[in-house]
Design a protein around this ligand. Structure first.
Ligand SMILES: [Zn+2]
Length: 346
């Protein structure tokens, strides 16, 4: 077996595929890398113990959100050069190469709205979503539910009051483990949004269908490939390296740091009409505060206003398709742990 899987890098191979898949290499440290298909790379540690986590690291669900793509490509390079020895099975995903090449969020429709149970019209992105669901199944079937982790990494379109933040999707499983939240804290994630609404995102699928410790990570703002400043995500990439090298018989260190700000999702605003505009400009940062009753958007004849005290607006986007989410309304909340699960204080 050749000891090099890629002529250049995982990312270059994903963008401009040349080798046939599946294809594997094993390194002298016992690590095996298998390119299962374009953009999907499985890494097996020297020994798979029962105590291992099975970690999915995904990027490029939106093709123009490039910092996480570069971060994963760098991790794969370090593993290939045996500078980093993972102790857990990993599944690296660069989800949507075509949209990376076209430097766009998506080609036909938003891929991160296609992981729900409903019927969706055929599209390039639907094919990708169905395939990713199958890859996840192959990776997680026969694993213990508490061993499954999924970090789905994105960047925000607009600026944010919190440079990095995460969204913990709704799930009927205990998917807000203290160890998972500690990882976020260590990675410098500034805020965590707790959603209790069924969704159709990739991380929601992992949390609700597979009971995984799963979240959508927003890691800074969109930029072209090669134009990201890796210094801005140093804490996150270091936490990630520690996580994948962590001895499986040790728990991730629980940090007592309380610098993270927690938010509860109060509601989503959906675009209903063709005529839809936001009452603020594109430069408004995520998590901006609006007073009770302040106008947020005009949807046809309706004026949508801030429905709560202390409300903040996240992910406002007037250009979504009709009946899709145009913004989230969130409010700060206090949290505590019950049986090592993060809960909102009543
Ligand atoms: Zn995204």
């Amino acid at each position: 077996m050749a000891n090099k899987l890629f002529a250049s890098s995982f990312l270059q191979e994903t963008l401009y595929p040349s080798i046939s898949t599946p294809r594997s290499v094993s390194f002298s440290n016992g690590v095996t890398m298998t390119l299962l298909q374009r953009g999907v790379l499985q890494v097996s540690p020297p020994v798979v113990r029962d105590s291992c986590k099975h970690i999915v690291l995904s990027s490029a669900v939106h093709g123009n959100e490039t910092a996480p793509i570069e971060l994963l490509d760098e991790l794969v390079r370090l593993i290939s050069e045996q500078k980093l020895t993972p102790e857990h099975p990993l599944l690296f995903v660069i989800a949507h190469p075509q949209s990376i090449l076209e430097e766009t969020r998506f080609i036909e429709t938003n891929l991160n709205r296609l992981f729900g149970h409903q019927h969706y019209p055929d599209s390039l992105e639907l094919t990708i979503a169905c395939n990713l669901k199958e890859q996840i199944k192959q990776f997680w079937q026969d694993t213990a539910i508490q061993s499954r982790w999924h970090l789905d990494m994105h960047c925000s379109i607009r600026a944010s009051k919190h440079y990095t933040f995460a969204i913990s999707p709704q799930s009927s499983y205990p998917t807000r483990d203290k160890e998972f939240v500690s990882f976020m804290l260590q990675g410098g994630i500034e805020a965590l949004l707790l959603s209790e609404e069924a969704s159709s995102t990739f991380s929601w699928f992992s949390a609700s269908e597979w009971g995984a410790q799963a979240a959508t990570f927003e890691l800074g703002q969109v930029a072209q490939l090669g134009c990201n400043d890796p210094q801005k995500l140093t804490s996150f990439s270091q936490a990630l390296m520690e996580l994948i090298q962590l001895n499986p018989d040790q728990q991730h260190e629980e940090t007592q740091d309380s610098s993270m700000i927690f938010y509860q999702v109060h509601e989503s605003i959906y675009r209903e009409n063709e005529q839809f505009e936001l009452c603020f400009d594109d430069a408004l940062a995520n998590f901006s505060h609006f007073g009770l009753g302040e106008p947020l958007a005009k949807d046809g004849q309706r004026v949508l206003t801030m429905p709560i005290e202390q409300g903040r607006v996240v992910f406002p986007n007037a250009n979504v398709e009709r009946s899709q989410r145009a913004a989230l309304i969130v409010k700060p909340c206090a949290t505590h742990y019950v049986d090592k699960q993060l809960k909102v204080c009543d």
